[in-house]
Design a protein around this ligand. Structure first.
Ligand code: PHE
Length: 461
């Protein structure tokens, strides 16, 4: 069995054998738990930090349109495919693929697991920024609408090796503590309140952002597609972001799917997870991009965009100080539920494949991530001149893992489910209301996914 203690399905099993009324309630409850757990992994820094700045770099509305097209087609198809693998085996990805199809496929699982580790290594850098900004919000030192100050403070902080490594270490330590203590149950329960709270707070901040003078230019820019700005690079970023924001292509959803009870509706769950993750991205865009225009920040300012514009919004609000604390706290929480979901499969892999003790595995992943992530953190400062293929270390890690390895993992999963184990996969949806989707699902997996991924790679590489 997989070791991930996030196990919304577990309590459902005994109830399912009691009265039918209880059974249906338990199934619903566990499906909600599953959707929230998977959405907790999906909704994180990808939506609130990455999405707005990548939209900013890639021309607004047109990027949004391509991103949505990716999510609605191959995003949903691959979510369902990964859930199916998990549900068929009840295992994490490497073991699952080996079980279904022999040794040869296990290496796909290994690469996906390595990818989760590599993503975690730069994810914790940004997680560290969240910790640092939360502390600044607590001490009230971030609130100013002078964006020049905010930009220079952000650069000074990320360039400072001690500050960035300590905050990264703090975030990584929190992640490891949660995984080691196995308190995910608590985190998951809290998630039922905190994720809706994050959505509500974003709505409130959107209301403030939209009423800033000059904000409407940002809204128009975000919502009006101008397809002439689309290049191969834009398509690649949109594709990668679709994978990243849905937590696809790294074996994550397989693990979550392995906890689903037999009668949960997979297709509906996939649609729900995709909807929540996309909604989070959309709301984050609507919160940040209008403010970018209102405060005269350059939309292509890069990875600091969220951290530069949000304090300026808080500075213009009543009780801005409290709102700032609430915002960074909720963002930290959303980031932690995602980083735990990256940390845990790597730990489980070491335990399953090499029979390591859990505590040893957690320490190994902790140390490994710190060492692998430190160069990414330093590439905002002392190592900013180290460039490979014209990118900083951070950008290169981000690019290779999100734009290359995640889609590659997705391609393998699509082929695996659509061809290699298709009769079994189809049987999983038998008797569900989503029957009509089955043939379309196969076309999405075997035709659209490869065409889209190879097409985008061909255009951009
Ligand atoms: N989807 C997460 C986010 O948007 C990141 C993530 C990717 C988590 C892959 C798990 C696996 O923040």
């Amino acid at each position: 069995m997989s070791h991930l203690p996030i196990s919304p399905a577990a309590p459902a099993a005994p109830a399912a054998q009691s009265t039918s009324e209880e059974a249906s309630r338990a199934t619903w409850g566990s499906r909600l738990g599953f959707v929230l757990a998977a959405a907790g992994s999906a909704v994180g820094l990808g939506a609130v930090w990455k999405f707005p700045y990548v939209v900013g770099q890639h021309g607004g509305g047109a990027f949004l349109a391509v991103y949505l097209a990716c999510v609605l087609t191959l995003g949903v198809a691959l979510l369902l495919a990964e859930m199916t693998i998990g549900r068929l085996t009840g295992q994490s990805i490497t073991t699952a693929l080996r079980m279904l199809s022999g040794r040869g496929w296990a290496w796909v699982g290994r690469v996906a697991t390595f990818n989760a580790f590599a993503i975690l290594s730069f994810y914790v850098v940004v997680g560290g920024w969240t910790v640092a900004y939360l502390l600044r919000a607590l001490t009230g030192t971030v609130l100013t609408h002078d964006t020049a100050t905010l930009v220079s403070e952000f650069s000074a902080f990320t360039a400072n090796p001690v500050a960035s490594l300590t905050s990264m270490g703090a975030f990584l330590g929190l992640t490891a503590l949660i995984v080691a203590a196995g308190v995910q149950k608590g985190i998951e329960r809290a998630g039922k309140w905190l994720m809706p709270a994050l959505f509500l707070l974003m709505l409130m901040l959107i209301a403030r952002a939209l009423t800033l003078p000059g904000a409407m230019a940002g809204v128009a820019w975000f919502l009006t597609p101008d397809f002439s700005v689309i290049s191969g690079g834009t398509l690649l970023e949109a594709l990668g972001l679709a994978f990243f924001s849905l937590s696809l292509g790294a074996g994550m959803i397989v693990v979550y799917g392995s906890y689903l009870p037999k009668d949960a509706r997979l297709a509906g769950s996939a649609v729900w997870v995709a909807t929540l993750a996309t909604l989070a991205c959309f709301l984050a865009g609507l919160m940040i991009l209008p403010a970018v225009f209102a405060f005269g920040v350059a939309p292509n300012a890069g990875p600091g965009l969220t951290f530069i514009t949000m304090p300026a919004i808080f500075a213009q609000m009543p009780f801005g100080h409290i709102v700032a604390v609430a915002f960074f706290l909720l963002l930290l929480f959303a980031a932690l539920t995602s980083s735990v979901s990256l940390f845990e499969p790597v730990t489980a892999f070491l335990i399953d494949e090499y029979q390591w003790r859990r505590s040893t595995a957690v320490i190994a992943v902790l140390v490994g991530t710190f060492l692998f992530g430190a160069p990414a953190a330093l590439s905002f400062g002392v190592w900013s001149d180290v460039r490979l293929f014209d990118r900083t270390i951070f950008d290169l890690m981000d690019y290779v893992t999100i734009n290359l390895l995640m889609p590659a993992g997705g391609l393998c999963v699509a082929f695996f489910v659509g061809a290699r184990i298709w009769p079994k996969a189809r049987a999983v949806l038998e008797g569900s209301r989503a029957q009509w989707f089955v043939p379309l699902w196969r076309v999405l997996l075997l035709v659209l996914t490869p065409v889209a991924i190879f097409g985008v790679w061909y255009h951009s590489l």
